[in-house]
Design a protein around this ligand. Structure first.
Ligand SMILES: [Zn+2]
Length: 405
């Protein structure tokens, strides 16, 4: 299993110069070959393969001396990235059939975006000892230690953030110690008022980091727009703004990580709505709250952690009326479409339903139904369509290597 460990580097002055040089060279190579490929295609309708680019890179390094100052993998990885960008573009072109997709590879800009370079491991050129990371050419760079880097290093990507920090993402091949098996399954209803509500009635509040920092962000945006282009104040305002955004992202990621880790540890099967966030964000009133909630990131975390620990994340269709259905008798109550209706008595069976808990219970039973159908274990359902042996199904799914449907 591969796992990335992110650490904040504390480079000395010399190392900082080298990191910036590496980023610059990586960008130069990328842009140089993108231009070359475009030109060749326009003039001779020819394409340039990765190997052809690689041969030309060797010649280019003889011509341009400063390209030799950085690690050779950095430059090769740049070519690989370009190759991937082209592949993604063509793959998406086929799939999207004229719809707006990934887009043609773009030239990398000097400013205004994250800048990075990637280097690979050979012969101990990359190592981690305590709070130091050995990087090719740079030597031992200190970093803030927040977690142990475990496993065999595969590669390292060094990124300079907009706020001027240097982050190393160390990708390792590692054995993950699996959580012990549990029998509890859970349904989760995602929301805006509360981040999520579970079948047990647990309510996790939405932290809304973005909203809390909104005033700060607004004032920094103002300062930036009032400053003179190219001035020192403008550069300072830019960094302050980027730092605030970075802080929000960090706080939110931390929250999402803790929550997803706990849910994966405590549950065997996790059923969740398949939200089409992209569509929902078009609704502007809800937009900032939804992006703040970053549901898709959360679901992605649940999914990859489920793979690590042999858990199952089952998504339930967006159009399944999880809120309107009474979990007790299956009656569909159209009145519940009204978002303000937080609790209701079922007109059919008189069951008292709390809106979000009822939805999560429905999501769980619908998810388990989909799972049973997928594995084809009809005897696992009783006459009422309820799941009799969730544990057995989970075991069969894991055995069949199905962790995602
Ligand atoms: Zn009912």
């Amino acid at each position: 299993m591969q796992k990335a460990f992110k650490v904040t580097l504390i480079p000395n002055h010399k190392q900082e110069i080298l990191i910036n040089k590496s980023i610059g060279c990586a960008k130069f190579v990328y842009n140089h070959f993108l231009a070359l490929k475009q030109e060749l295609y326009q003039t001779e309708k020819k394409t340039l393969t990765y190997n052809a680019c690689s041969q030309r890179l060797t010649l280019l390094k003889k011509e341009i001396e400063w390209l030799q100052e950085v690690d050779k993998f950095t430059l090769q990885n740049s070519l690989r990235n370009l190759e991937t960008a082209y592949k993604n573009f063509f793959a998406d072109l086929k799939k999207a059939k004229g719809k707006k997709g990934v887009g043609f590879p773009k030239f990398k800009k000097k400013h205004g975006c994250k800048q990075s370079y990637k280097t690979n491991l050979t012969n101990g050129n990359i190592q981690v000892i305590k709070n130091r990371l050995k990087l090719p050419k740079c030597g031992w760079v200190r970093f803030h230690k927040s977690q142990d880097v475990i496993g065999t290093i595969v590669n390292v990507t060094v990124t300079r953030t907009l706020s001027g920090k240097y982050i190393a993402s160390i990708l390792c091949e590692t054995e993950i110690e699996k959580h012990p098996q549990v029998s509890q399954n859970i349904g989760i209803d995602l929301g805006i008022k509360s981040y999520l509500v579970t079948i047990d009635g647990e309510v996790v509040d939405n932290p809304k980091y973005y909203r809390i920092q909104k005033r700060k962000l607004r004032s920094y945006h103002k300062k930036l727009s009032r400053s003179v282009k190219g001035s020192n104040n403008r550069a300072k305002a830019k960094i302050k703004l980027a730092r605030t955004y970075q802080r929000i992202t960090n706080l939110r990621d931390d929250f999402l990580h803790k929550l997803s880790t706990r849910l994966i540890k405590e549950n065997s099967i996790i059923c969740i709505e398949n939200l089409q966030v992209a569509n929902m964000v078009k609704n502007h009133k809800l937009a900032s709250s939804i992006t703040d909630a970053s549901w898709s990131k959360f679901v992605a975390m649940l999914e990859y952690k489920a793979l690590w620990h042999d858990r199952i994340v089952q998504k339930v269709g967006t159009f399944y009326p999880s809120s309107q259905t009474c979990n007790h008798c299956g009656f569909i109550n159209p009145l519940v479409k009204d978002l303000k209706l937080r609790e209701w008595s079922c007109p059919s069976c008189d069951n008292y339903n709390l809106r979000d808990v009822n939805a999560s219970l429905n999501i769980l039973s619908e998810g388990l139904k989909i799972l049973t159908a997928a594995v084809g274990v009809p005897e696992a359902l009783n006459a009422c369509g309820e799941l009799v042996r969730p544990g057995a199904i989970q075991a069969e799914l894991v055995e069949a290597g199905i962790t995602r449907l």
